[in-house]
Unconditional design. Sequence first.
Length: 463
Amino acid sequence: MSMEKNGPKIFTITLILFLVLLLDSCQPHIATGIWKQRGYGRILKVDGSEFSIYTSTDGYCNELSSKGKFDKHFKIVSIDENELIIDHGSTRNYHFTRINELPSVCGSGNENFDTNPIKNFSVFWQLFEENYAFFEQRGIDWNEVNQYYTPKVEQIKSESEFYQLIKSILDSLHDGHVKIRVPESTSTEANKNDFNFEQVKVEIPDAILNKYVASPKSYNVKTISWGKLKGTNVGYIVVPKMFGFPNYGLSEDDFNKKLNEVFDADPGPGYDYFQEERRGVDFVMEKIHADLGDTDSIVFDLRFNEGGFSSVSLKLLSHFIHKPYKAYTRTIEKNTEEPLVQDYIIKPAMKNIFNQKICLLTSYWSASASEIFALSSMPSDNFTRYGSKTNGVLSEVAWCVLPNGWEISMSVEVVSDPIGKEYEVVGVPVDFDMNYPENGMDFYQSFYQHGEFADPLLEKFLK
């Protein structure tokens, strides 16, 4: 049969497919509507295939992000007329209750833009009052903060002054998950001169690999590196961050560019991206298992890991455990009618599982997602922990936006082990303590005590 005779049929089929796709795109999304999130101070608006997120508190509502593609960022766990539960690709579900409409005070773009320090301080204080989980644990009387700083706010003369005031309050919480994003012109020279741990995360692992590891290998711009300790049959794996695992197959410059595009986009990484991270972990662990699967033991180094995504850390951990178990529990108690409690059950990876004893190294600078790894390893009897207790910031982070456009993050949930013990502030303990300094510069210099680089803890595994 000739192509000429088939032509009308092909055209008709193509037209039908196009119309089906067009009609489907015009259908309202199953989650279309306005949803108030429990425990995060946020409102989700779903319109067609797109969504927007608003920061919301008493008397204030402003757009935090917009025009995200719902099905790329979220997976619906359950939905009915009044309740929506979605998976963002992390390790907990987000719970929402339907509301009839956006609050009348809600704005987008520049509609609610306001640089007045009194207005911004009021919103800032109220957001933390309604959502922040750890005032008691961190010894903060939030009402006293309001009383002490309100007169000072009334005297503010410049944006820089207001920034310094807010930053001083945030610093007093000593919570690494509490951060502020402001225009570069607003931050001061004093902040730019703060100790930068990024230097440690690059320099010390490189020095370890060069001095102690035979023929080290790396993946994705040293997102993870591995090899055997020289003169031994002991495997060594160092992970300086819990993100950057997608297997894009790109050069270093192109890979960094790709990651920057993902993280700089509005509204940032979502469900589809987190799946790429997980698949990337499985991809590289197959390579590492091929090289280190027959070693006598594994040293897994998280001393320089300030965090990333808990979904990545738990995917990594799945390659070192041998049975399913409850790793931890996440609980949200504020800004919700009743506590939201979710257990995380970790399961072994499908393949490339290490059967050796694992020596896990941590420090005070092991934070966030790396602490989730440490905490979740505790029920597994093949792990022994060395170094120093971790930082003590295990909570999920909720970002919010102030009227002046500044973005601030809050710790909003409590993480506990299977018997209910909490590790926020106190950190995850070790079995053998090296008493590493908590100060970043002192920790860095502890590797150069005698004028040249040395890692006394790692040298214990060489003997």
